[in-house]
Design a binder for this molecule. Structure first.
Ligand SMILES: Nc1ncnc2c1ncn2[C@@H]1O[C@H](COP(=O)(O)OP(=O)(O)O)[C@@H](O)[C@H]1O
Ligand SMILES: [Mg+2]
Length: 366
């Protein structure tokens, strides 16, 4: 049985369609990340799961139970908000226990759960403090702890790390990963940050204009993006996307051609589509004497262990990533090489991924 199932969810606000036909299923134990740019419908979707907003169409099931029309308190889910929403006049301890005391949990049970959560989140030394005496990261932990004390069926989080600095974000990610392992509960986590998705998710739904562009594991989404949109969203710097023509070369082999680019592919036959986007991850390009791409280096950025060179290739901007020193300098004319298995193809018109079917040899055009 799916822990969470969204079935044909649509939400309109007047003329705006914030969420357009979203369906997905997750298992218990999944850490689901809803990923996408600002305005793509992430918060709207999460609020519908929480019960704070009703869908215009579709059904929401939790552990097989249809909760679409249930009020939030009957769904047994915990929502952790971006702006923490702690009670300023209560101590950390009272904030943690608040959700339980109003539900008339026994004193001892309350104590046990608050202590357990304080221990898990390292809040022990802070129990007597009030929210204004805490740092941003500490407040964030209290907000999370307050949700955990209730032992809900799932945790719902809307950009919970966005107010934290880079270092604290990284350490909080690690903490969330280990919490998720220990709690054995579904997490649904909304973010526009692809690093959050890569590091924490077991499943990612990439959203664009209220629709799922791709649903899969972080590795599937990184290694086989279903569309140019997903390819350009995952990775920093993202996948290079270069407009090219797909044609045939000598003995019917397929060849990609663009100004200063000619990549022979190990495929034969009629390509079916000519106008494509060639996708190459920055780490899959390397300088080589007889490379398939020729360009000029504009900038080289030093990241410490690696360098990223920004090049211009036939009018397109292309990033190349490699161990430092990368061996090229601004102003250099260089040639770059890519292995054919690292070349992704997308139809230029629709943006959808093209995949190669060896038997019978054909390019699958969705
Ligand atoms: N209460 C509302 N009334 C009207 N439009 C809304 C409302 N809530 C969200 N929207 C619109 O729905 C779209 C998705 O918003 P939202 O879910 O907040 O996106 P995200 O969280 O991905 O940034 C946006 O175009 C937003 O303006
Ligand atoms: Mg939002």
């Amino acid at each position: 049985m799916a822990a969470l199932e969204l079935d044909g969810i649509v939400r309109r606000f007047g003329d705006t369609t914030a969420v357009a036909d979203v369906s997905l299923r997750t298992e218990r134990n999944d850490f689901l990340v809803l990923l996408g740019p600002s305005g793509c419908g992430k918060t709207t979707l999460l609020r519908m799961i929480a019960g704070l907003l009703s869908p215009t169409e579709g059904r929401i099931l939790v552990d097989g139970q249809d909760v679409t029309t249930l009020p939030p308190r009957e769904r047994d889910l915990a929502m952790v908000f971006q702006n923490y929403a702690l009670y300023p006049h209560l101590t950390v301890e009272r904030n943690l226990g608040f959700g339980l005391s109003v539900r008339r949990t026994g004193k001892e049970e309350l104590r046990r759960r608050v202590d357990e959560v304080a221990e898990l989140l390292d809040l022990g030394p802070l129990l007597r403090r009030r929210p204004k005496e805490l740092s941003g990261g500490q407040r964030q932990r209290v907000a999370l702890g307050r949700a955990m004390v209730r032992e809900p069926r799932a945790f719902l989080m809307d950009e919970p790390l966005s107010n934290l600095d880079a270092k604290l974000r990284a350490s909080t990610r690690t903490r969330l990963i280990s919490l998720h392992r220990r709690l054995d509960t579904t997490f649904v986590y909304v973010t526009h940050d692809q690093i959050d998705a890569m590091t924490m998710a077991t499943k990612v739904a990439v959203l664009n204009h209220g629709r799922i562009e791709q649903f899969g594991t972080p590795v599937e989404i990184y290694d086989e993006p279903a569309s140019a949109f997903v390819a350009g969203f995952m990775g920093a710097p993202p996948m290079n996307l270069i407009p090219a023509e797909l044609g045939t070369g000598p003995d019917d082999g397929l060849v990609l051609r663009a100004p200063d680019l000619e990549i022979p592919l190990p495929y034969r036959g009629d390509p079916g589509v000519r106008e494509v986007l060639v996708g190459i991850r920055p780490e899959h390009l390397a300088t080589a004497p007889a490379g398939e791409l020729r360009g000029r280096v504009d900038i080289v950025e030093n990241l410490g262990s690696e360098e990223i060179a920004e090049c211009e290739i036939g009018g397109a901007r292309v990033s190349v990533r490699g161990a430092r020193p990368i061996g090229i300098a601004p102003g250099d004319h260089t040639t770059l090489s890519v292995r054919p298995e690292h070349v992704h193809l997308f139809a230029r018109q629709s943006g959808r991924r093209l995949s190669w079917e060896p038997e019978p040899a054909s390019l699958l055009v969705p």
